[in-house]
Design a protein around this ligand. Structure first.
Ligand code: F6R
Ligand code: MG
Ligand code: MG
Length: 366
């Protein structure tokens, strides 16, 4: 049996109204183009959206970073861009940073999370997709899922998980990576992942090297050198039988966490887990939100999806997120609602400051 690869590739190629949601014509087009490849390049596919981001979930046997699979995703986004431009949707083609495909969508705008593995007897996977936040938003949740015994009971009582997991952390500024063996190195891990705008968990592995989780780490502003929206990340997590149970994987989303990326990519806001029918950004262009689709893999076929946050068990966190939104919104343009100055460098603020620079005068020596 060849190994199965799951590729989740996403881009914002235009939305309505403003940055709120995806137009059904884009979803239809993307679905059609991927369906045409089933039985050819792909085994199976599923198209959805979170807010203004178009999400392509694809399975195949070609491994990660495959040029043909990435080209397919690029072509889908280009075709959808054409429709978005035709409808004058907002931000049509905004994440397509290059004019032509050059071998791999990484670094060209779209976000990518992929993993390849030998399917087990039964292999549940969870795909998380977010809008109005940044890749580092997953750090908190991956820590809770794979390193916190107060979240994941299996770390304590399941012999197959008791040794812990390995975290691969990327430094998006210095472009370097490091591995932490946990639980021994959780304090060292937290030194870095507590600063999620720079350090992001890219992969989590079992201690024997088996892949457990994979995230998208693209930061458009670092690629384009200017503000081009937030990066609205995706994440794939494997579950059950030696991995955290499905319920352990989604449990940390009951905590209302503040993340960066709300309004103009320039504000912190609560990360709200929602079902697909609520995956549309509204209040202050948000609040930041996340959906989770569960699938069983069957020889590469995606059995599902199950809309995991479409459940009253998540009503309370949604209410708490709304309360947090009221509290932090009341701070208006003041930090920590507004991002810190370092982070604001990648927004439209420096443009305003440029005008004011000449009016500053030096203080007299004391
Ligand atoms: C985009 C986003 C939005 C926009 C905002 C202003 O991902 O989060 O909040 O930044 O709507 O957009 P412009 O500057 O295009 O009017
Ligand atoms: Mg947008
Ligand atoms: Mg978005």
């Amino acid at each position: 049996m060849p190994k199965t690869t799951i590729s989740v590739i996403k881009a914002d190629v235009g939305s309505y109204p403003g940055h709120s949601r995806i137009h059904p014509k884009l979803l239809e087009k993307a679905q059609k183009l991927l369906k045409e490849q089933e039985g050819k390049l792909l085994i199976d596919s599923f198209v959805t959206h979170c807010g203004d981001d178009l999400e392509l979930i694809m399975t195949h046997t070609h491994g990660v970073d495959n040029t043909k699979v990435h080209k397919l995703a690029w072509d889908v986004f280009m075709e959808c861009t054409k429709i978005a431009k035709g409808l004058k949707l907002y931000g049509a083609g905004q994440d397509m940073l290059a004019d032509a495909f050059s071998g791999n969508v990484k670094g060209m705008g779209p976000g990518v999370a992929e993993m390849e593995f030998e399917e087990r007897g039964s292999d549940p996977i969870l795909v998380f997709m977010a809008d109005k936040t940044e890749p580092g938003a997953w750090n908190f949740f991956l820590y809770k899922i794979f390193a916190d015994p107060f979240n994941t009971a299996g770390l304590v009582i399941d012999p197959s998980m008791h040794k812990g997991f390995v975290f691969e952390v990327h430094d998006l500024v210095e472009k370097r990576k490091i591995l932490f063996n946990c639980p021994e190195e959780i304090y060292s891990l937290l030194v870095y992942i507590g600063a999620p705008s720079r350090y992001v968990i890219k992969h989590v592995f079992k201690r024997d090297g088996e892949i457990a989780a994979s995230t998208s780490t693209q930061r458009l502003s670092l690629l384009a050198g200017k503000y081009v929206g937030k990066d609205d990340p995706v994440m794939i997590v494997r579950s059950q039988s030696g991995f955290p149970a499905v319920g352990e994987v989604i449990e940390p989303f009951c905590i209302p966490v503040l993340v960066a990326g709300w309004m103009r990519g320039s504000h912190h806001g609560p990360f709200m887990p929602v079902g697909l029918s609520e995956a549309n950004c509204t209040r202050f262009d948000g609040p930041p939100r996340v959906i989770c689709f569960g699938f069983q893999l069957c020889n590469g076929e995606l059995i599902g999806p199950a809309d995991m946050f479409d459940d009253p068990a998540f009503d309370r966190v949604r209410n708490r997120c709304n309360e947090l939104a009221d509290i932090i919104r009341a701070q208006g343009p003041f930090e920590p609602h507004r991002l810190s100055l370092g982070e604001m460098e990648y927004t439209t603020l420096p443009g305003v400051e440029k005008e004011l620079k000449k009016r500053w005068e030096p203080l007299p020596q004391e």
